[in-house]
Ligand binder design. Structure first.
Ligand code: SF4
Length: 357
C-alpha cells in the first residue's frame, strides 16, 4: 500500500497534511438572515408556513441530509444519506432542488440535474474532508501510479470528481471497490478510515489518501470501551469514517468488543437498523444529527451518542430562516462549469448505479 496526501512532522514521522478547514463562524447567509427585516418579524410557525407556500410556488423539492438539525429534517420532503439524496436529485421532476446539506452535495445534485435550479441555504457550508484534497493533487498522485483507478468518496469537490474514475459513498464503497477490474491499482481518496475499512471488507489492496473528517476522526477506541462499560448489552454502531473503526476491529478480534453487537454502517444503514432492531440500547458513533432520525424511526430503543461533541458545524449552519430566505430569494444557486460537470458525471453515475448489496 502507498499513501498520498501526507507530510513529515519535525521528527520525520508521516502525518496527514494540514489543510485549511473551511469556517462557518461568519457566513454571508448568516449575516443576510440577521439583517433581514421580514424574517425578524416571523415566528418559527410563520417561517414554516412560508416555506410550504414557496415550495409550491417555486415547484421545489427540499432534500435534507441525516446530519441536519431536527427542524430542517422535519420540514424536508426527503431525508437521507449522500447516495439516497443523489438518487432523489437525479429522479425528481421538480424545477427547483433546495439542498440542505454541505456544498459538495449540492454540487453533485447540480451535476445530476443540469436542467434544474439547485439552491443551497448557505453556500459556505463546506466540509473538512472535501477540503483535504484538490484536483491537482489527484492528478499528481495518479501520475505516480500509471494505469491506476481513482475511487473518490462523494465527499469531494466537483473538480476532484472530474479527475476520478468512480465515486462512492459509505453505503456502497465496498461494492464500488469490488467492481474495479482485478489487477488494477486502486487509489482511494480522501478518507483514510473509510479506505482502510473498504480494503478489509473488499479484500482488495488500496492506495490511501491521508484525509479525514474532523468529526469522525475524533472518535477513539477508549470512547467505545467506556460507552460499552456504561451500557452493558448495548449494540455499537460505527460509521466507517470514524477514526476508531480499525482499532475497534482489532478489539473485536481480541474479544474486548463483542463482535455480534458491533455494526459498521453507513448513515442509510443506521436508519435501516433503527427500523428493525429490538435491542434496548444502541450507541451511535457518527454525527449527532443521526439520532433524531433514528429516534423517529424507533421509540423502543434508546439511541445514545458515542460522543455528544460529534457535531458538524457545516451541517448545522443550515437553519429554518436560511431555508426560507433561500426559497424566497432563490439563493444561492449552485452551478458547476459544464466541462467539469460532464467529466464528474461519469464517476457519479457509476456511484448512483452501484446499489449496496
Ligand atoms: S461530518 Fe465530516 S464528512 Fe460530513 S460534512 Fe461534516 S466535516 Fe464533512
Amino acid at each position: 500500500m502507498s499513501i498520498g496526501g501526507y507530510a513529515h512532522d519535525a521528527s520525520g514521522d508521516v502525518v496527514p497534511r494540514s489543510k485549511a478547514r473551511p469556517s462557518v463562524v461568519h457566513t454571508d447567509a448568516t449575516a443576510a438572515v440577521a439583517a433581514d427585516a421580514e424574517i425578524a418579524q416571523m415566528s418559527e410557525a410563520d417561517l414554516l408556513a412560508g416555506i410550504d407556500r414557496l415550495r409550491t410556488e417555486r415547484d421545489a423539492v427540499i432534500l435534507a441530509h441525516n446530519y441536519q438539525i431536527p427542524a430542517v429534517q422535519d420540514l424536508a420532503d426527503f431525508v437521507g444519506d449522500s447516495l439516497q439524496l443523489s438518487q432523489q436529485a437525479a429522479a425528481t421532476d421538480k424545477s427547483v432542488i433546495v439542498f440542505c446539506g454541505v456544498h459538495f452535495m449540492a454540487e453533485t445534485a447540480a451535476i445530476l440535474s443540469p436542467d434544474k435550479t439547485v439552491l443551497i441555504p448557505d453556500a459556505e457550508a463546506g466540509c473538512s474532508l472535501a477540503a483535504s484534497v484538490t484536483a491537482d493533487e489527484v492528478i499528481a498522485w495518479r501520475d505516480e501510479h500509471p494505469g491506476g483507478v481513482v475511487v473518490s468518496y462523494v465527499n469531494t469537490n466537483a473538480d476532484v470528481k472530474a479527475v476520478s474514475d468512480y465515486c462512492c459513498t459509505s453505503a456502497n464503497a465496498i461494492d464500488v471497490v469490488r467492481s474495479v477490474p482485478e489487477g488494477r491499482d486502486i487509489l482511494f481518496l480522501p478518507d483514510m478510515f473509510l479506505g482502510l475499512w473498504a480494503e478489509r471488507e473488499s479484500g482488495r489492496k488500496l492506495h490511501l489518501w491521508l484525509g479525514e473528517c474532523h468529526v469522525h476522526a475524533g472518535f477513539r477506541p477508549e470512547h467505545v470501551l467506556e460507552a460499552l462499560d456504561a451500557h452493558p448489552g448495548s449494540d455499537l454502531l460505527l460509521h466507517p469514517e470514524c477514526g476508531c473503526v480499525s482499532q475497534c476491529m482489532y478489539h473485536v478480534a481480541e474479544g474486548d468488543i463483542p463482535a455480534d453487537r458491533t455494526h459498521v454502517l453507513s448513515t442509510g444503514g443506521m436508519v435501516r437498523y433503527a427500523q428493525t432492531t429490538e435491542v434496548p440500547v444502541a450507541i451511535v458513533g457518527t454525527e449527532t444529527g443521526m439520532l433524531h432520525r433514528m429516534r423517529a424511526e424507533n421509540q423502543r430503543t434508546d439511541f445514545l451518542p458515542l460522543s455528544e461533541s460529534a457535531v458538524c458545524e457545516y451541517m448545522k449552519t443550515i437553519t429554518v430562516p436560511k431555508v426560507y430566505r433561500s426559497l424566497r430569494d432563490m439563493v444561492d444557486v449552485v452551478t458547476v462549469p459544464a466541462d467539469v460537470a460532464d467529466k464528474a458525471r461519469l464517476a457519479i453515475d457509476r456511484m448512483v448505479a452501484t446499489v449496496p448489496a
